[in-house]
Write a protein that binds this ligand. Structure first.
Ligand SMILES: [Zn+2]
Ligand SMILES: [Zn+2]
Length: 130
């Protein structure tokens, strides 16, 4: 039995599948009764900005999360971008025939400095980390 709507909201009436109606399963698809006040929690709607479908978190949401928070970025992506920036703005370190990327050297030798630099850089880019 499901305990959450598609948008992650909890369903209180356990075993029913919807708090607002007597929901039924038809061919594996959950169908709310007409006029169910909770139906929107299961429906995807089209973002008025980017036209992609998304799952609203509240009833009058008309644009997706990505359009609402254009600076929100996944932490792994942000670190990748930060490392690219370090590598582009610092010379590659060479020892004999070996070459090391500056981002990797900093991360390995001084992870705290790397992390602090990352936080400051996120601020300057106005990124919100997920
Ligand atoms: Zn319903
Ligand atoms: Zn959008």
């Amino acid at each position: 039995m499901r305990t959450q709507y598609n948008n992650g909201d909890n369903i209180n009436l356990l075993g029913n599948g919807c708090d607002g109606c007597n929901i039924v399963m038809v061919n594996g698809i959950l169908c709310h009764e007409t006029g169910c006040p909770d139906e929107w929690r299961d429906l995807e709607i089209e973002c008025s900005e980017c036209r992609f479908e998304f799952q609203p978190e509240n009833r009058d949401q008309t644009i997706c999360d990505g359009c609402q928070h254009p600076n929100r970025i996944d932490e792994a992506d942000a670190i990748q971008e930060y490392n690219n920036m370090l590598d582009e703005t610092n010379p590659v370190l060479t020892i004999g025939f070996l070459e090391f990327n500056p981002s990797r050297v900093l991360e390995e030798l001084d992870p705290i400095a790397h992390h602090c630099g990352f936080i400051d850089w996120c601020d300057s880019m106005e990124y919100e980390i997920e």
